[in-house]
Design a protein around this ligand. Structure first.
Ligand SMILES: Nc1ncnc2c1ncn2[C@@H]1O[C@H](COP(=O)(O)OP(=O)(O)OP(=O)(O)O)[C@@H](O)[C@H]1O
Ligand SMILES: [Mg+2]
Length: 401
């Protein structure tokens, strides 16, 4: 076989870090060669496949390598979580990798790439340190409520196979006030003692209290205690901060985070992908997913998730109670009035023919008559007729006027 040397080199390179899909293709090639009687070449590929398996078993996973770089005891389910001495309320929640949803939240290519870089950096801590690069251990994630920040932080920890010490600062700030900085100290001491990711959620809670004139001195003390603890922690373990209001954060807090990751609201394609992600086990036609994405412009992942939930409920009830996508969207638009673009909301409650025409003419939706039929629950020709009649009527109106 001509050029087999190149094919072999290609397969070897691909198998160095192969995804299941790549592996499958190499297996396919091997089987095809075998079928064509090229048994020698097929055997070479079988050799490549087994070598790849063996290397995988021997070399420690990226994750195990990263673990060795985080000092401290393993965090177990019976480790005593620090509590507020007066109220006995726990100051943190510990979440283990096994309890975190394994599917990655969905972001556009730029954000996904940035996240990939952060994980790779943390996973290759040792190698990078060897060439004198100190990977960043602090990351601030910011963006609108419901864009998937908390879910992302938990997922990152799961990728590193580390438990999360989750601190919700909004619920905790009051427990910091009035008491000594003891609670903050205890929390950080607990996180620093164990191998974990420290997740400081709702970081802006600190900033919000700062505006309260009665608490000025007190909150300054709390912020200072936080900053000092963050400085110490920088050399010990990973910390992720999350905020909805980056502008409220003190520049001193801001500077403490080496990586600052903004999570944007999803664009059309991402909204469609998020809708598709939450749809199973219900199967929605592509036209429905596109229409959902179209109506949720400016919405967050959390809002799309809730719309999809309503859609799923509406499609799985008894036949006589079934509601179509348009009814579901109308309900969403009514309950989320400020979130749906006013023009699109008006269309939903307008004459269906106007809505269908807008859907047909929209360059992003680019709907065919069949798509519109799927949305309206009517066949293509009925929709065409309806639209045609409407077009005819408006032409008459124009000529009469
Ligand atoms: N990009 C996304 N991909 C997948 N799911 C998402 C996405 N964005 C939001 N969600 C879903 O929305 C819900 C809320 O997400 P999450 O709590 O992470 O948002 P958040 O940004 O932390 O919000 P808040 O600022 O209000 O705390 C979750 O159930 C999550 O699955
Ligand atoms: Mg959150």
């Amino acid at each position: 076989m001509e050029h087999f040397a190149i094919i072999q080199a290609l397969c070897r390179a691909a198998m160095a870090d192969a995804s299941p899909a790549v592996r499958k293709q190499v297996e396919r090639l091997r089987d095809a060669l075998l079928k064509d009687g090229e048994s020698k070449h097929a055997a070479t590929l079988t050799g490549l496949l087994t070598t790849a398996d063996r290397t995988k078993e021997i070399s420690p996973s990226r994750i195990e390598r990263s673990k060795s770089q985080i000092l401290g005891e393993a965090l177990t389910r019976n480790a005593p979580i620090p509590v507020d001495r007066e109220t006995a309320a726990a100051l943190a929640e510990v979440i283990f990798p096994a309890d975190i949803q394994p599917s990655a939240p969905l972001f556009n290519a730029t954000v996904s790439q940035a996240i990939g870089t952060i994980i790779d950096e943390w996973a290759n801590f040792e190698a990078l340190s060897e060439i004198d690069i100190r990977p960043s251990k602090t990351c601030l994630i910011y963006g609108a409520p419901g864009t998937g920040k908390t879910r992302l932080a938990l997922w990152i920890a799961q990728q590193l196979d580390l438990p999360v010490v989750l601190v919700k600062l909004d619920g905790l700030v009051s427990s910091f006030l009035g008491t000594t900085a003891r609670n903050i100290g205890n929390l950080f001491a607990f996180a620093n003692r164990h191998r974990c990711v420290l997740l400081l959620d709702e970081f802006d809670a600190i900033a919000k209290v700062r505006d309260d004139p009665q608490e000025v001195g007190e909150i300054k003390r709390v912020v200072n205690a936080l900053l000092q603890n963050l400085d110490v922690r920088r050399d010990v373990g990973f910390t992720i901060g999350i905020t909805n209001h980056p502008k409220l954060l003190d520049s001193a807090v801001w500077r403490r985070f080496e990586v600052q990751l903004e999570i944007p609201k999803p664009d059309f394609e991402m909204r469609k992908a998020i809708a598709a992600h939450f749809m199973p086990p219900v199967k929605a036609p592509d036209s429905h997913l596109r229409l959902i994405a179209w109506f949720t412009e400016g919405s967050t992942g959390a809002e799309i998730e809730s719309l999809v939930r309503t859609y799923k409920k509406a499609t799985t009830v008894r036949d006589e109670d079934k509601r179509g996508l348009l009814d579901t969207l109308r309900q969403f638009a009514t309950l989320n009035a400020a979130r749906v673009q006013s023009e699109r909301r008006a269309l939903l409650f307008d004459d269906p023919a106007n809505l269908f025409r807008a859907m047909r003419n929209d360059p992003i939706l680019d709907f065919s008559m069949t798509d519109i039929g799927e949305i309206a629950g009517k066949d293509k020709s009925t929709v065409s007729r309806q639209l045609g009649r409407q077009v005819g009527r408006s032409t008459d109106e124009v000529s009469n006027g």
